[in-house]
Write a protein that binds this ligand. Structure first.
Ligand SMILES: [Fe+2]
Length: 363
């Protein structure tokens, strides 16, 4: 058994400030990689700026990361970072910003390489990376994964390089004013990570320890996700912690079939990542042994599979998924043998059809 977690993780109020020395030590100039809005609304960029100013670190800002970041965006940010001669990279935001930051840090460390290097086998050295999550799903702050979209091929998937941040700074306050639907989308992603990691041939006692701890905190937030309770700071921390545990778990095991099926729905139907993964969770649980299925449902605070299905129906927006889209998802997973291996049971087309169609009665 092996448990590998090279990221220095701080989860605290104001940890950008209180642990400033952990991230300002990487150099005098940082490239901040983020999206166009949320890091400015939730106060995270302001906090970063204040500390950087005090510590004499210059920040240069790349705020063009889109949802499902593309290779083109990564290369544009790399060129900007090279021109600015940055020393390290800060991924600030959700999974898109952090995944992009990892790929950008890789390309900055290989300044002569072109975009094909992202998909090449080779040296995975990067500039130092700091991740500051402001959502509660991806766990990218503690995984080695960078998921990018290749617009030319209309494909979304992980690049082969394993890239971990040096430092993760987790502060629940950045979630407090997040839109409810964003909390739902990302919390369902975290749940998918936890369940898929547990039901995974690569799972070990160590990775399952993260799953159990993650589900224990995940279940505390169901009323918030249902819109029945306001989000308070303690719960915001719990939501981020559940996501972080999910990330620690999949960093060991990888994700499984629901994630493999989700990518096509995100690229072709524009469905949010967490909701796309969540769509297949009931069907995936149905394929598992009853004892494990009941255990995972119980840990997440559900008394039955139907209760989970009702919860998903309540928190996701109505999904107009037709058979063409679902068949496309099935075929793209069938062409992904690495992901097919990540299930604790034998997978063929019939099993995938059962996961896709038998677990879903949402329309
Ligand atoms: Fe995910």
């Amino acid at each position: 058994m092996r448990y590998f977690m090279p990221v220095d993780v701080y989860e605290e109020n104001d940890c950008i400030k209180t642990h400033a020395d952990c991230w300002t030590k990487f150099g005098k100039k940082a490239l901040v990689v983020t999206g166009s809005h949320s890091a400015f609304k939730n106060g995270a960029y302001k906090d970063l700026e204040e500390v950087a100013h005090t510590k004499g670190v210059d920040l240069v800002l790349f705020k063009e990361v889109e949802e499902n970041p593309s290779v083109d965006t990564v290369m544009k940010a790399r060129d900007f970072g090279l021109a600015e001669k940055v020393d390290f990279v800060i991924g600030l935001g959700g999974g898109s910003a952090m995944d992009a930051a990892k790929a950008i840090a890789l390309m900055l460390a290989h300044p002569k390489a072109d975009a094909s290097y992202l998909y090449a086998k080779g040296d995975s050295t990067t500039l130092p990376i700091v991740c500051i999550p402001t959502t509660c799903g991806t766990g990218s702050e503690v995984t080695g994964v960078s998921v990018l979209t290749r617009k030319d091929l209309q494909v979304k998937g992980s690049i082969p390089h394993k890239i971990f941040a040096q430092v993760a700074l987790i502060d629940g306050k950045y979630l407090l004013n997040a839109p409810l639907q964003m909390l739902r989308n990302t919390a369902i992603d975290a749940l998918a990570h936890l369940w898929e990691s547990y039901l995974n041939p690569n799972a070990s006692d160590y990775s399952r320890m993260c799953v159990v701890a993650g589900l224990e905190v995940w279940k505390q937030n169901k009323d918030v996700l249902l819109g029945q309770q306001a989000l308070e700071l303690g719960q915001a921390f719990a939501m981020m912690r559940a996501a972080c545990f999910g990330g620690m778990a999949i960093a060991q095991t990888g994700t499984s079939l629901p994630h493999g099926l989700s990518y096509s729905l995100t690229v072709h139907q524009g469905l949010a990542h967490g909701l796309a993964c969540g769509y297949f969770l009931a069907g995936y649980l149905l394929q598992a042994e009853a004892k494990e299925r009941d255990y995972l449902l119980h840990l997440a605070g559900f008394t039955s599979l139907e209760q989970w299905q009702d919860f998903y129906k309540a928190v996701c927006l109505k999904i107009p998924l037709d058979k063409v889209a679902l068949e496309k998802a099935k075929n793209s997973l069938l062409a992904n043998p690495a992901k097919l291996k990540n299930a604790p049971f034998k997978v063929d087309e019939k099993v995938l059809e059962a996961i896709i169609y038998e677990g879903n009665h949402y329309e």
